[in-house]
Design a protein around this ligand. Structure first.
Ligand code: MEV
Length: 437
């Protein structure tokens, strides 16, 4: 057994698989077959995926589904969603249709500012540093001219560079806190390139400054990196309707609206509930982010920080009833791109973008926010009425049937049976066992 290896990345794909399957699996043939069965028969397409990351051995599929009937600011969208969780797309579709019949979703982009920072230490007089910063600022802008020229032509670029004194938190710690407008690009590369040039210019200028040479003070760059916390890259999504329009077959609109608002209030005040509540929002958000080739880790990190911005983790959504009108809304930070990255590279991302009418980053922010709001509406509607398990287990039924290798006929009989019976894992197993005996 050689479970450690050097030079793994230099092996061919086949050699990597041989090393893995012979060292970690009981049946290396089956383990190899599992991997190769997911290879694409189109060699060019496979090569594209191989080259996305290092050490690719196969493809990892997620279902790509769509949720139709989303009216957003009077335009109708079918939203692509890449996700493995059974009930998410069904819930989104239901919520889309529900609100389409009640005026649709209204959205506004409240800001598009992105942030990056150069973190550094300096051990001298604060006033001297401020004077040096004021003097060097024009050169900071000048030295990134080449990086920013195209972005500026399109109307974006650097918005501001500020010196921030953080010495109260960490000894000798300061920042260049920089803000950017990156238009349709998520902007990570653009921002990081600018920041690294700022750092070089800032350090070189410091070393060339006679005042600091005399004083013997030092300035050390610690790191230069964008921030995924983007509270000023913000979008608002909202639905509203008269309370009586919420009445459905088994639901009285007024009772439902009150309970719904209570559920949201609980999530605003109670962190244990808020985390699950927001997780449900991210079910919708991440699925669209993945389908459109954006970075869901970046969005997740920024969104959760925003949910805790006043020091307590709270619900991202809010709800009210005023003068007989039910309103449900969310403001959420989303730094997204519709150019660059995977957007023109991954065929399914390209497809998803076309399905959405090739949106700008601002439009995509609005669509993604709506998917999150819709998902939360669907979850709270189930939770405060039927409970979540009824719908959830119905969707999960197919997973249980697949685990049991059910035949098409067994599947059909089981689905028919559970139309009027409660789905639990053991009830399904018992039903199939009885069918088979
Ligand atoms: C499950 O993935 C998401 C929910 O738990 C969200 C919620 O509780 O609001 C249903």
């Amino acid at each position: 057994m050689t479970k450690a290896i050097s030079g793994f990345s230099k092996l061919s794909k086949t050699e990597k698989i041989t090393w893995l399957t012979t060292n970690f699996f009981n049946n290396s043939e089956t383990a190899t077959q599992t991997l190769t069965s997911y290879w694409n028969t189109d060699a060019k397409l496979q090569q594209l995926h191989d080259e996305f990351i290092e050490n690719t051995i196969t493809n990892y599929y997620l279902p790509l589904g769509v949720a139709p009937n989303f009216t957003i600011n009077d335009t109708i969208y079918t939203i692509p969603m890449a996700i493995e969780e059974s009930s998410v797309v069904a819930a989104a579709s239901k919520a889309g249709k529900f609100w389409q019949e009640r005026g649709g979703f209204k959205t506004t982009v409240l800001g598009t500012t992105k942030v990056g920072q150069v973190h550094f230490t300096y051990d001298g007089d604060k006033e001297d540093l401020q004077q040096y910063f004021d003097k060097i600022t024009p050169k900071l802008n000048e030295d990134v001219e080449e990086i920013t020229v195209n972005m500026k032509k399109r109307g974006g670029g650097i918005k501001n560079i500020a010196l921030r004194d953080k010495t109260a938190a960490v000894d000798d710690y300061y920042q260049l806190h920089c803000t950017f407008e990156t238009l349709d690009a998520m902007g990570a590369n653009f921002i990081n390139s600018c920041l690294e040039q700022f750092a070089t210019t800032f350090k070189e200028g410091f070393e060339a400054d006679a005042r600091f040479r005399e004083s013997g003070n030092t300035l050390d760059i610690i790191m230069s990196i964008l921030s995924n916390y983007v509270p000023d890259c913000l979008v608002r999504a909202e639905v509203s309707c008269p309370v009586d329009q919420l009445t459905e077959k088994d639901i009285d609109g007024e009772t439902f609206a009150k309970k719904f608002v209570q559920a949201v209030t609980i999530a605003e005040e109670e962190p244990y509930r808020a985390v699950t509540h927001n997780k449900g929002i991210m079910n919708g958000i991440d699925a669209v982010i993945l389908a459109t080739g954006n970075d869901f880790r970046a969005v997740e990190a920024g969104v959760h920080a925003y949910a805790a911005r006043d020091g307590q983790y709270r619900s991202l959504t809010h709800a009210s009833i005023k003068d007989g009108i039910f309103t449900f809304w969310m403001e959420i930070p989303l730094a997204l791109g519709t150019v660059g990255g995977l957007t023109k590279l991954h065929p399914l991302v390209k497809w998803s973008m076309e399905l959405l009418g090739n949106p700008s980053a601002k439009e995509l922010m609005q669509i993604v926010a709506v998917a999150g709001l819709a998902q939360n509406f669907a979850a709270l509607k189930s939770l405060t009425t039927t409970g979540i398990q009824q719908g959830h287990m119905k969707m999960h039924l197919m997973n249980i049937l697949n685990q049991m290798n059910a035949t098409p006929d067994e599947k059909q009989q089981t689905i028919n049976h559970f139309k009027s019976n409660i789905v639990t894992h053991s009830a399904v197993v018992t039903f199939i066992d009885e069918l088979r005996s």
